[in-house]
Design a protein around this ligand. Structure first.
Ligand SMILES: *[C@@H]1O[C@H](CO)[C@@H](O)[C@H](O)[C@H]1NC(C)=O
Ligand SMILES: *[C@@H]1O[C@H](CO)[C@@H](O)[C@H](O)[C@H]1NC(C)=O
Ligand SMILES: *[C@@H]1O[C@H](CO)[C@@H](O)[C@H](O)[C@H]1NC(C)=O
Ligand SMILES: *[C@@H]1O[C@H](CO)[C@@H](O)[C@H](O)[C@H]1NC(C)=O
Length: 330
């Protein structure tokens, strides 16, 4: 299309520009990108403070934590959780039965001031990878005499360095997830690790598949997701209600991880299986009000969503199955 510049078209320009930008919003309102991974199952994401473009770290099914190095290099090795993990044997596997040999990192979170990457690993418990990556150091394999069976969600409080994490069940492990759901297990725990004392404390017992945890911006409360009961509880860390919990929100479907945004609100990843499969992100306030619901399926063509992690205007989508990182921009 050619535009002949007359004084009349110039006078019309503001209207024309407005129309153009409006129509381009309609056309490309949403973009969905796939960043290929060396193995499937990017369950969770973390971001460091380095001053380059968004470069997610993610925990994948073959036991590695990989880091995005940009479009040319893609994802490269950053760390691993199984102390004697063999690359030859483990790289590329998606077999959950190998988790006890290869490791299966699920929840991820940096303590940014020290660039320490804390990880909830399904087989190796609470571990930490130092600022240069590589092998993880094991920090805890149980609490109050009960061994972890399925460490899952994790968040580090940036103000205190305290690590909050969940053990989804005291009975069922990663290879027994179907039973965990069908039996309606309620033996999960919300836990706290203090790096100063190296002690793990149980904050809540009897949770029904606690899959994710997030800490508020001001460290005054936690939000913990119960995947089987399909709800979110608020656990107070400070104030008159400290050390008590209340149900904040009941959801429809299976919620998994919960992640706080830079603004202070939270994204919950929710899978609805019937009547049609829907993979969603639900954004909520600290009071449990739903601000926004975004449906990623069918473009995000997998069967389960585990995390919605907002970073610099994009949503990074987690799941147990695809061999790519889904990046959604509105
Ligand atoms: C790691 O070590 C354990 C025992 O120390 C052994 O059973 C296992 O097979 C080893 N894994 C690999 C991948 O070599
Ligand atoms: C889960 O537990 C079962 C039975 O105790 C065991 O055979 C299996 O290897 C465990 N799976 C993982 C991933 O640790
Ligand atoms: C959640 O559901 C339970 C059981 O139906 C109900 O008792 C409770 O009031 C609900 N809580 C909220 C915050 O909606
Ligand atoms: C796991 O890997 C096998 C063999 O490579 C493949 O056939 C299968 O589709 C994969 N499953 C998932 C859930 O990615």
């Amino acid at each position: 299309m050619a535009i002949i510049w007359t004084s009349k078209t110039i006078a019309m320009l503001p209207v024309f520009t407005l129309y153009l930008s409006f129509s381009s919003t309609l056309i490309s309102a949403v973009s969905f990108k796939k960043l290929p991974l060396p193995a499937p199952g990017p369950e969770s994401y973390a971001f460091d403070l380095a001053g380059h473009g968004p470069r997610p770290y993610t925990s994948i099914a073959d036991g590695r934590i990989v880091k995005y190095k940009g479009p040319k290099s893609g994802f490269v090795d950053y760390g691993y959780t199984a102390p004697n993990r063999s690359k030859e044997f483990c790289d590329g596997t998606n077999n959950t039965y190998l988790a006890s040999i290869c490791g299966r990192p699920l929840g991820l979170g940096f303590y940014l001031p020290r660039k320490e990457l804390y990880i909830a690993d399904a087989s190796y418990g609470l571990v930490v990878v130092g600022p240069n990556g590589g092998a993880a150091t094991q920090l805890a394999t149980g609490a109050e005499g009960v061994p972890f069976r399925l460490p899952d969600g994790l968040e580090v409080d940036q103000l205190t360095g305290i690590v909050y994490f969940t053990d989804a069940s005291a009975v069922y492990n990663l290879s027994q997830m179907n039973q965990l759901f069908s039996k309606g297990d309620a033996t999960g725990r919300l836990l706290r690790y203090d790096p100063k004392t190296k002690q793990v404390t149980v904050l809540l017992n009897g949770l029904s598949a606690p899959s994710g945890v997030a800490v508020s911006k001001d460290s005054s409360y936690l939000l913990v997701v119960e995947a089987v009961r399909s709800r979110i509880q608020k656990y107070w860390l400070k104030g008159s209600k400290a050390n008590t919990a209340e149900v904040l929100l009941n959801l429809t479907g299976s919620p998994d991880k919960i992640k706080r945004t830079a603004r202070g609100d939270f994204w919950v990843a929710v899978t609805v299986q019937t009547p049609t499969l829907e993979l969603k992100g639900v954004r909520i306030t600290e009071g449990g009000t739903i601000l926004e619901t975004v449906t990623f399926s069918p473009k995000y063509d997998t069967s389960f969503i585990t995390e919605v992690n907002e970073y610099k205007g994009a949503l990074y989508l987690g799941s147990l199955y695809p061999n790519y990182v889904g990046v959604y921009r509105a």
